[in-house]
Write a protein that binds this ligand. Sequence first.
Ligand SMILES: Nc1ncnc2c1ncn2[C@@H]1O[C@H](COP(=O)(O)OP(=O)(O)OP(=O)(O)O)[C@@H](O)[C@H]1O
Ligand SMILES: [Mg+2]
Length: 239
Amino acid sequence: MTLLEGRGLSKRFGGVTALDQVSFSVEEGTIVALIGPNGAGKTTLFNLVAGALKPDAGQILFAGEEITGLTANVTCRRGLARTFQVTRPFATMTCLENVAVAVVNSPRSRANGTWRLSAHECLKAVGLGDLAHIEARHLNVVQKKRLEIARALATRPKLLMLDEVLGGLNTQEIGQAVDFIRSLRDEHHLTVFWIEHVMGAIMQAAEKIIVLDQGRRLMEGSPEEVVKDSRVIQAYLGD
Ligand SMILES: Nc1ncnc2c1ncn2[C@@H]1O[C@H](COP(=O)(O)OP(=O)(O)OP(=O)(O)O)[C@@H](O)[C@H]1O
Ligand SMILES: [Mg+2]
């Protein structure tokens, strides 16, 4: 079943066409990657889906219902959660408090009295259980990305949208991160829509890859199809 579908999405910023009639689908229970060169329009597509920006044209459907132009708090209520490419935790609040804000403000999570437990579970799920009482400003970049994921999980999403969460990891950590993202899908029954430049991780984890280039959908296919596609090699992967 298709969980998320974009139809002919376009977005302009002044003279810049960030997205030009892009259509795509994300099937329930899968991990779908969104790749492409810097400025291809990946984050803009996330912003349209999650309700941070309104498209100039096109439609977005989530779980069979149209969500085009709905605001972020409404899409969150429907079960859509995203992380930000540039993390922005509440710096002087602890990790637990950062996640608790998401738990308490989410109509989907059972906040009544159990917020502390819920927030702790989310921190544990991302491997930050031991840092619950550390202020977010003391986290390193990798830990801040994980805190972002914990805050997204706290809203009990159906669809988790990750915007470049692997930056700064070494090869071994990337392997662990791939296992972790797979486990999110398997244990939390999530669908994952994932922007990433780390191709090794995408190749291991994604069932489908959508490639954007200069605001257009260049192609979509299995990891094997994408890496040997001459257009993708020329526009993004290189030799
Ligand atoms: N709020 C904005 N105002 C003006 N231009 C914008 C805005 N957001 C994005 N753009 C422009 O739209 C284009 C697509 O940007 P976007 O951030 O979606 O790319 P991206 O694929 O996420 O790139 P990266 O891999 O560098 O994160 C770029 O030319 C960018 O400069
Ligand atoms: Mg981006």
